[in-house]
Every structure is written in C-alpha cells, then in structure tokens.
Design a protein around this ligand. Structure first.
Ligand SMILES: [Fe+2]
Length: 827
C-alpha cells in the first residue's frame, strides 16, 4: 500500500514537471470550415470528419473513426506525458456510442506513422453514452447527472501507468481511472464510437472535439510527419512539355483556392504559373510548354494556407523535373494493385527507391474499396468523391516521395471507380445499377469518374482527342515520349463491350465455365476491345517515331487469359471475360497493330505476374507482354496448367512448372514464358508484409537499352533484397528476362525482303504494301543493315529515313524463306 502511494506521488511529481513544457495545442479556432483537418492530422475516414466553427466534428458512423495527430509522437523511452481533449456530444445516435482518445497507436510491422494511422491499435480512453468512462480495460460509472455537452478528458501517463480524469462542464465526473501498461509509444488520436471489446455495437452517435493538447518529456515533435497541404505532385515530361499536377486535400470554401508552381532559377524561386484548385478533384494542373528537356530543374508547389484571422502560412512540396534521359538506358518501374494490408508498402518502396527508376507506371487499382479499413460511400456524389479521395490519398502518401522526382504515368482501372470488374462501353451508366457486377456500364456518377480520371491522369500529356465520351465522361488516352521510348497509354476497360452481349450460359455473364466447339458467338459484330477512337489513336501513334528508338503499349491488363484459378485454389475458371483474352477479334487487331512496330506491352491488374509472348496464327508470332506483380495482392489468381494435366509444350529452358504454350479459353495462343504463382500457403496473420510476400506481391522493373535495343524485365518480390539478390528468393521464377526489341516483331515470319544496307545508322524503316498502302512494319533499324521478314507475301514500298530526309524503294518483292537480293541506300 505504501509502495503504491509512493509510486503515485512520483507519478504526479513527474506530471507536474512535464507541464512546464508548452507542448502542443490544437483549438481549430483559426481553421476555416473544411473537411481536411490540417497538416498535423490525418482523419480516417477522410469524409467523416470536418472542422466547423473552430471544432473538429465527426459526422460519420464508421466504428473507431479517428483523427490521428501526426507531428507529436510518444517516444518509446522513459518520460511522461499529458494528453487532454474537450468532447461534446453533437448528435445522439440510436445506438449510444463513445468518444475519447486512442493512445499509443503503433504498428508492430512498420514503425512508420503512416502505418500507425491505419494499423496502430492503441489504448482506448474515453466516455461512453452507456454511462461509463473507460481506460484500457478499466471502467468507472459516470454520475447520473453527467452532462455530455462538454466533457474534459485528461490522461497522464508514462511507460508503466496511465491515469485518466474526466469532468463535465460542471466539474462532475467519475472516479479517477488508472491502468498499468508495458511501455507506450506511437501516435495519439481522437476517436468517435470506439470499439470497446465488449461485443456491444460501437454506436452511431456524433461528437465534436476541441482543445486537443499533448505535452511532456515523452512527446517528440516530428514536423516531418506532416501531410499536406500539398499532399503530393505528379508530373510527366514529353516532347518538351511538362505537365505537373498538385494534389490538395479538401480545403474549405473560405480557404485559399490558388496554387503556384515555382522553379528555381539561379538559386531563386520564381513563380511560373498560378492555378485555381479544381473544386471536385482538389487538384491544380500546370502545363509548361517549350521546356528545356536537357537540364534538371528544381520545382516547388506553393500553397499559402490562410487562417481565419488572415495569417498566411506558406507550404511547399519540392521536387526535381529531371532532364530527359535520352543518353542512357531508361528504367521503368511497373506497379499495379495496392490493397491496404501492405500499406505503406515500406519494403517495396525502399526497393523501388534503391533501383532508381527513371519513370513509373501505375497501371490501375490505386485503391481498393476496402482500403483504409472502412467501406466506400457510393452516394451522394460529393460523399463518393471524398470517399474515393481518402483512399486515393493513401497511394500518394505511400509513393509521393518517389513521385516528387520521377515522372509518373498513372491510369485508373476498375477498382479506382468502385468496380470489381468494368466493361465501360464508352462511358454508359450501368443499366442494372450497383447490384449487377457482371455487366456493362459505370455504377458511379460521371462526376465521380471524372474526378478519378483527373486525379490519376491530370499530369499526363493532353489526351489524343479530348472529346468526352458518354455522359460527358473525360478521356485520357495519350502518349508519352521519354528517354527515346514512346509509350502509348490506353484503357482496355472504358470502351470494352459487356459480357452479356455474348454470354448465353447460366450464371455470371463473365464466367465461361466450359469449352465450346464454335467460339464465333464470342465475337459478334460490334463487340469492342479498345474501341474505335483508341484504335485510330494507335494507328497514328505507331507511325510516329520522332525521337523514338522503341515503342511500348501501356494497358491495364494482359491481352490473354493466363489464370486458371481465381480467388482460391478451389476456384477453377475456364474462361474469364474480364481478362484481356476476350474479345479475341479486338485483341487480335491490337496484337497485330503492336507487332508492326515491335511494341512491348506492359500491364498489371491480374495479381499474377506473367511474361507472355502473344500469338496470332501461330504461337510466338506476336510481341511480348509483361504483367507486373501487384504491389499488395488482395484477390489471388493462379495459372496451374500442370496441375490440370494440360500437356507440356515448348517448356522454356528454365524448366519452371506451368510454362510453355497454352491456348486459352478464347482461342488465344499464349507462350507463357514465366509465371509468378502464389504458393499454397497464402495467409500470414502475424506479419502484413510477409502476407504480401507470399501472395505474389511485388513490382516490375523494365530497363530499355536504346543502344543495344534490348529490354530487360525484372519481377521483384515485395520483400526482395534488390542489392544482393538471390534469383530464387528475390525475383519470381523465370525472371529476369532480356529480350531484343525486335523479338516483339514475333517469330516465324518467312516472307523475306532483300537485305538493306544504309550508309547512315539507326534509320527509320517503313514497309507498306505497294498497292494498298497497308503498313506492314515500322521501326528504327539498329545499325546499318536489316533484312525484314514479313508475315504477308507481296510487293512492297520501303521508306528509309524520316523528317523529309527519306529514300523510297518501290516494287520490292518478298520471297519465301530466302532472299539473296541486296539493296543499298545512300543518304
Ligand atoms: Fe487489381
């Protein structure tokens, strides 16, 4: 008894000394009314919190809804702290609920505060409308006349013990609560409707919070943890034009609406452009023409936060727009699909950073509906937009540091617009509404979809043809030229026909359960893959080789059905009409077009890394596809033809299982060179990052050597050791693979043209049918000679050179197998 009294007096003594420090206080009195709480905070869910009349309000009913304090952190060592907050009940729900503080939010997997915000557990401290105060597992009854209109909650703590005082505005409260702890560290948060572990519903009441204070020797100030007001920025540099998009949080109507872009010129920051924040997407897009692509430029985005009292606080997001890397190999980081259990993906982000990509491609599913640990809101429109943004900001928080200096191509896919699968049919609304997930059309409003398009693609070069599609939906298909590589960026979902156009079976329209003799019903006239407009764009793009050595098509998914099992190992599926293997006619047209220009296809979506050489009439007579691993895999897929007893044909030399030549359900001839199947064990409840690892998560790196004209493709696992790699442990089986650019012309063409020798190296060659003008091939020759091999026989016109400096050779006949004629071209 005596000892514990002594301990308590020590404790109080320590508390008294710690209050001498001024500490942190947030009273929100100078904050304009808005959804975004401020740079020191991060609210989860974003859309359920707002600052209004100088108080922080929770307006939602998600359990354990919270606002994390980012910039004041409880340190692991000795010392003490005092945390206090004023709480008011603003709306009593039909299920009572609670409010208070979460103390010591810390994620055992990852000490990063971003992880703590979403995965930190913390200790509950607060008051329940069911008539009790709580601190960890301790409870104290509230007096009968306790007034919830204004409650002050104060917690004193150190590494061994916490004590809590609660008083209403009349000074009435329960007895002091105390509990023992075995160390405490991490963030604190205010929380609404906490989960108290008593099998009772967390409730749906609303509270407001004010005067959040934190002080003491255990508290470390960490201003570097702040997020915002410029959350992050993405940019591209292409054809001497920079497009840069700054992403702002939802600021208020009374807040400053202007964002400026500054460039550092001779050590001085100069404002080069000022833009208004686009109100729905909360973005500002800058376009700078006549850019000098031969030098690095340091930029910063400036946002001046204006308080209610007129004070102005400038904030900056800095980065570098690097010179166009035309004189060395270009490294592209290929990323896709981020489910939040891997957030903030630290091992992967660190690996990616170490490998120093020159450009990034996020091919889709930058969000999943469940990300953040709370459900999406589909309506009304404003709420759906904020719901999307809150989840999308997790992407920027995780990858923003990389994106500040690395040009970023980002394209939305199905989950980004709250769909499990998407067949967009040029932007039509979904006839059946949200209930029918296996049919055409968009569930969400066009306003929300356009916000998704803008927040992901605003930094891309202007669309090839900006004319909106159905419902005035925006488009983003375009091309980027960087490091002498020309990337076409298209959507393989937005224009695609819904599966109900062809399905004549029972059950899901997109699931073809068994083989059919005649597959022609799957390719009715009018069934589209990428649509007419994108086809027109690609036909134009394929002939544009200005400052280009190699061409790449960026799509969301692979144009083949390379998965046999979906969701679980019991989930065998014969044909998936969500895969890019269907519709075959549209897919073939695209593969044929890519082959003309030796185009590599990079994509994602599947959560099943694959390296496939496409086939048209024959196996391997098309270009290559690299489907990159998911950043963090939610939905599992496997490709297990070996286990299904499919005969092994042309297994690659490496001998890995489930590789070789396979025809898919739609008749596509796929040479599967490598496949990154998950193992049988796919769950690790102890470690989020190991969970990602065993679910085939990771990323792709593609190195384009413009001199050698080679393409090296790596597929790294989530927790790989990229500096000291072990080929089995760190990459997926079958990677890395180095191919020649010209492997993308396909194998097996046997209509030979004469050998052409040119006195100037690296000339553009264009081969067209003499009569029809139809393009057969176009690419930049490596060196001084080439002997083209074509899939069609005939008489051809060959054009060598570009930009008005061209030589034409007409009437060139192809010969089967051998052609000993020679043509010499002089410039
Ligand atoms: Fe995905």
């Amino acid at each position: 008894m005596k000892a514990s009294t002594l301990a308590i007096s020590f404790f109080l003594l320590a508390f008294i000394s710690c209050t001498k420090h001024p500490g942190f206080l947030a009273d929100f009195d100078n904050t304009n009314d808005r959804v975004w709480v401020g740079k020191n905070f991060w609210s989860v869910p974003l859309e359920d919190w707002k600052v209004e009349n100088g108080k922080l309000h929770c307006t939602g009913s998600v359990p354990r809804s919270r606002v994390n304090l980012l910039t004041q952190v409880l340190q692991p060592g000795d010392g003490n702290f005092k945390a206090s907050v004023k709480i008011s009940l603003t709306q009593k729900g039909d299920v009572p609920g609670s409010a208070g503080l979460l103390l010591g939010l810390y994620d055992e997997e990852d000490p990063d505060v971003r992880a703590a915000c979403y995965f930190g557990k913390g200790i509950n401290a607060g008051v329940s409308l069911q008539g009790f105060a709580f601190l960890k597992d301790e409870r104290a009854e509230l007096p009968e006349n306790f007034d919830f209109s204004e409650v002050t909650l104060t917690v004193f703590g150190n590494n061994h013990q916490l004590k809590m005082k609660v008083a209403d505005k009349n000074g009435i409260g329960p007895e002091e609560l105390s509990c023992n702890v075995e160390g405490i560290r991490g963030l604190i948060a205010v929380a609404n409707n906490m989960v108290l572990g008593d099998n009772k519903k967390p409730g749906n009441s609303h509270f407001s919070f004010d005067n959040l204070a934190l002080s003491g020797s255990k508290v470390a100030k960490q201003p570097e943890n702040a997020f915002g007001p410029v959350l992050w920025a993405m940019h591209t540099l292409s054809k001497n034009t920079v497009k840069l998009m700054a992403l702002l949080p939802p600021v208020g109507e009374q807040d400053n609406q202007e964002v400026s872009l500054q460039l550092n010129k001779n050590g001085k920051w100069e404002t080069v452009a000022t833009e208004q924040i686009e109100p729905q997407s909360r973005t500002a897009v800058f376009k700078l023409n006549n850019w000098d692509s031969t030098a690095d430029a340091n930029y910063r985005v400036e946002y001046i936060e204006k308080g209610k009292d007129g004070t102005a606080t400038p904030d900056y997001f800095e980065g570098t727009i690097k010179k166009d890397p035309v004189d060395r190999p270009l490294k592209l980081g290929g990323l896709t699909c981020q489910f939040h259990f891997g957030f903030p993906y630290t091992p992967l982000v660190q690996n990616l950073t170490k490998l120093a990509p020159d450009i990034l491609y996020f091919s889709g599913d930058q969000i999943y509906e469940g990300n953040g640990g709370y459900p999406i809101k589909r309506s009304p429109v404003d709420a759906s937009i904020l719901s999307y943004l809150g989840k999308y900001y997790m992407f920027g928080w995780a990858f923003g540091d990389l994106m500040r200096n690395v040009p970023t191509i980002c394209t939305p896919d199905d989950h980004d617009v709250f769909h499990g699968n998407l067949w967009g049919e040029s932007g039509i609304p979904k006839p059946g509404g949200a209930g029918s997930s296996d049919t055409r059309g968009f569930i969400q409003s066009v306003e929300m979809v356009n916000v998704v398009n803008r927040t992901q693609c605003g930094q891309l070069p202007d669309p090839y043809d900006p004319t909106p599609i159905e419902q005035e939906m925006s488009v983003w298909y375009t091309d980027v030229n960087y490091g002498r590589i020309s990337f076409a960026i298209i959507s393989d979902r937005v224009y695609k026909t819904g599966p109900e156009a062809v399905s004549d079976w029972e059950g899901r329209h997109d699931h073809m359960k068994e083989p059919r003799k005649d597959l022609s019903f799957l390719d009715k006239p009018g069934v589209e893959m990428i649509g007419e407009r994108q086809t027109k764009f690609l036909n134009d793009w394929i002939t544009d080789w200005k400052n280009t050595d190699m061409k790449v098509l960026l799509s969301q998914t692979v144009f083949a059905n390379v998965a046999t099992h979906h969701g679980a190992l019991e989930g065998y599926l014969y044909g998936d009409l969500d895969s890019g293997g269907w519709p075959k006619a549209g897919r073939d047209k695209l593969i044929r077009l890519m082959r003309k220009g030796a185009v590599l296809n990079i994509n994602g979506d599947q959560h099943l890394p694959s390296l496939v050489q496409y086939g048209l009439e024959n196996y391997r007579d098309g270009g290559w596809s690299f489907c990159t691993p998911a950043i963090a895999t939610m939905y599992l897929r496997w490709f297990l033809p070996d286990e299904l007893g499919t005969p092994v044909v042309e297994r690659p030399e490496h001998g890995y299982p489930n590789t070789g030549m396979y025809q898919d359900a739609f008749g596509n001839k796929n040479f599967v060179y490598a496949i990154g199947n998950p193992g049988k064990n796919t769950v690790d409840r102890e470690s989020r990052y190991n969970h990602a690892q065993i679910r085939s998560s990771g990323f792709g790196m593609i190195t384009f050597d413009q001199t050698e004209r080679t393409i090296l493709m790596d597929a790294w696992r989530f927790k790989a050791d990229v500096e000291n790699p072990n080929p089995v442990r760190d990459q997926f089986p079958g990677w890395p693979l180095k191919i020649s650019q010209f492997d993308n012309l396909g194998f097996g063409a046997n209509n030979m043209l004469p050998e052409i020798t040119i006195n100037k190296p690296n000339q553009l060659i264009q081969i067209r049918d003499e009569k029809t003008g139809k393009l057969e091939q176009i690419y930049r020759i490596k060196g001084n000679s080439v002997q083209p091999k074509l899939y069609d026989a005939g008489i051809f016109k060959i054009t060598i050179g570009e930009n008005g400096n061209q030589k034409e050779i007409s009437g060139v006949k192809s010969r089967e197998e051998k052609n000993s004629k020679k043509i010499s071209v002089e410039f």
